[in-house]
Design a protein around this ligand. Structure first.
Ligand code: G1P
Length: 294
């Protein structure tokens, strides 16, 4: 585990922002939180919790909201089932229902007032510690867990860190980093630039490591905020202006489950890697889609 000069000794915390309505998945999200939509047999949020744990993060807060009680149930134990599976000697099933080896906390955002407002709900939880923030739509597949890559970049720089990838094509749907001359610092950041106005092709994938100063700035801005939504970019922009943000181009593959097309891709990818499901995919590709007949 990373242990560098900036005081990370397992103090790193994790935040998952899961308060949103999930309108792109209506009507199912009227009652099922989009974070519980399964990729394989596991809800998508479980992949992020696993990534945090694999990165050495064991205190995780989930920012939730009304109608999302089932998220809390998901991370609870199932004692009766455990008893049955133990009696039956079903180690596989026991493992499947075991809660994650982390302390999971919940706070609620009582009204949808933007990402900055959502993160402020976790302020007390964070205290003076740094934390990794994930949005549940972004899943990561790769040999090295994404949060760990951010922690290592923080250890090298002492700064808050934005996870980025290089996107050769159109970047207008992303937040785009203006890299500083050292190739590590973020000199500027433009959210969803018009085509041709992008400062680079280094795009944010919506995964961040924030030092506690980020939350100080966020709180400060909130006091002066007069209405409408309040975004995390308020504090991020100010930290960037102070030269306190670095970017880390991350390794691995990113799955965006935020809309039905990306979600389908995640499911197909998972099925392709599963020996018991792959034949179904192949049969489907051959038959229904007419693949291999040309
Ligand atoms: C968010 C961030 C943006 C980032 C993107 C990655 O935008 O604001 O900076 O590039 O996630 O998916 P959203 O996709 O929520 O509009």
């Amino acid at each position: 585990m990373a242990r560098g000069p900036f005081g990370y000794h397992g103090r790193m915390k994790g935040i998952i922002v899961a308060a949103g309505y999930g309108t792109r998945f209506l009507p199912v999200t009227k009652t099922v939180p989009k974070e519980l939509l399964p990729v394989g047999t596991k809800p998508s949020i479980a992949y992020i919790v696993e990534e945090f744990i694999a990165s050495g993060i064991s205190d995780i807060v989930i920012i939730s909201s009304r109608r999302k009680k089932s998220l809390e149930d998901y991370f609870d134990r199932e004692v009766e089932l455990e008893e049955i599976f133990r009696r039956e000697g079903r180690a596989d099933k026991l493992a499947a229902i075991a809660p994650p080896e982390a302390r999971i906390f919940f706070v609620r955002q009582t009204e949808m007032r933007g990402t900055g407002h959502a993160l402020l709900q976790a302020r007390a939880f964070v205290g003076g510690d740094p934390c990794v923030v994930a949005y549940p739509d972004d899943l990561h597949i790769g040999a090295r867990p994404l949060a760990l890559q951010l922690i290592e970049a923080h250890e090298r720089t002492g700064k808050s860190v934005m996870a980025t990838i290089h996107e050769a094509g159109d970047v207008s749907r992303y937040g785009v980093v203006d890299p500083g001359p050292d190739g590590v610092s973020v000199a500027g950041f433009v959210e969803k630039p018009a085509r041709g106005k992008e400062p680079s092709h280094e795009v944010s994938i919506g995964r961040y490591l924030y030092t506690s100063e980020f939350f100080d700035l966020l709180e400060e801005g909130w006091k002066a905020h007069t209405g409408g939504e309040y975004f995390h970019t308020y504090a991020l922009d100010r930290l960037i202006a102070k030269g306190k943000v670095a970017f880390a181009r991350v390794e691995g593959e990113r799955l965006d489950t935020g809309d039905p097309a990306g979600y389908l891709e995640a499911i197909l990818r998972d099925a392709a890697a599963n020996p018991s499901l792959r034949p179904v995919l192949e049969r489907f590709a051959r038959g229904l889609l007419g693949g291999g007949r040309s």
